[in-house]
Design a protein around this ligand. Structure first.
Ligand code: HEM
Length: 260
């Protein structure tokens, strides 16, 4: 027994026999960052952060439906978000925690999309020579980067418009009034070019959501040809609900259904 142990120790301590292939020493990394360095890991991150963002757009659209109940209900809802978990937490703390989660999800989603694109480009330095690739891929999948960029630019405008108020009065006679979310929305959408921009951006969001919902099943490894029909219905259904809900708000303001 003792002899065997000594032999094992001797084998371990001696260097490799000359000519033996030795794997390069890899720096030990936390397993999550190891996973994120692979294409599969980045796809998981895209899918998980995507699910968080889907939850946000759905909750935000449903919350905005309060607009149809009038100014008091809508502003009460906006105030409720600031009062979330009071008095367990001070006012706006829970909202800020949600905002940090949302910001982290957006940054990770964009980073994973960007680095997957770089990885794909490196893997295929010579472009496809035929148009076949384009015929197979759907319009939504080919335009993910473009629609993603439109949504990101839209969100920046939207924050400047309805959260910070810096562009709410631009091009209109309205002013931004803190605490009057309803009035701010109405004054914003009364400007026709802004209403049209909201409508177009939300259609781009719908195309992005359609392909996003469809492909997250693939990324998470939940795909099976038997369920493809249901996967497609879910993607179409979700994207349609969000687009119809969101596009209805600027239309309702322009049509005078929602107003001050
Ligand atoms: C026409 C549709 C939309 C309407 C009427 C609307 C309305 C609003 C309003 C009134 C606020 C300010 C809430 C407050 O300060 O209490 C807000 C904030 C926000 N909206 Fe929208 N929104 C719409 C679509 C979207 C879409 C499509 C996205 C994302 C893709 C989005 C992302 C955000 C974000 C990130 C905030 C900031 C939330 C916060 O800081 O608490 N919105 N929206």
């Amino acid at each position: 027994m003792k002899g065997r142990l000594q032999m094992a120790q001797a084998i371990q301590s001696r260097g490799p026999v000359t000519g033996t292939a030795v794997a390069p020493k890899r720096r030990r990394r936390f397993f999550l960052s190891d996973l994120y360095s692979t294409a599969v890991g980045k796809k998981y991150v895209m899918a998980i952060t995507g699910i968080m963002l889907l939850g946000f757009v759905f909750a935000h659209m449903v919350g905005n439906l309060k607009m149809y109940l009038g100014a008091e209900d809508f502003n009460h809802y906006a105030e409720f978000l600031r009062e979330l978990l009071v008095p367990i937490l001070p006012r706006t703390v829970a909202l800020w925690l949600l905002r940090f989660g949302l910001i982290a999800a957006v940054l990770l989603h964009i980073h994973a999309a960007y680095s997957l694109t770089v990885m794909n480009r490196k893997a295929r330095s010579v472009k496809y020579q035929s148009a076949r690739d384009y015929q197979v891929a759907s319009f939504a999948s080919r335009t993910m980067r473009a629609t993603g960029l439109i949504v990101a630019l839209f969100v920046i405008w939207h924050l400047a418009d309805l959260t910070w108020g810096t562009v709410n009065a631009v091009g209109g006679d309205g002013t931004f009034v803190r605490g009057d979310a309803y009035g701010n929305v109405v004054r914003s959408f009364e400007r026709v070019p802004v209403a049209v921009f909201y409508i177009l951006a939300n259609i781009a969001l719908g195309v992005h959501l359609f392909h996003g919902v469809w492909s997250l099943f693939q990324s998470m490894g939940w795909s099976n040809p038997r369920f493809n029909k249901w996967r497609r219905y879910l993607a179409i259904g979700f994207a349609t609900i969000i687009v119809v809900g969101n596009v209805s708000f600027p239309i309702a303001v322009l049509a005078g259904i929602v107003g001050e």
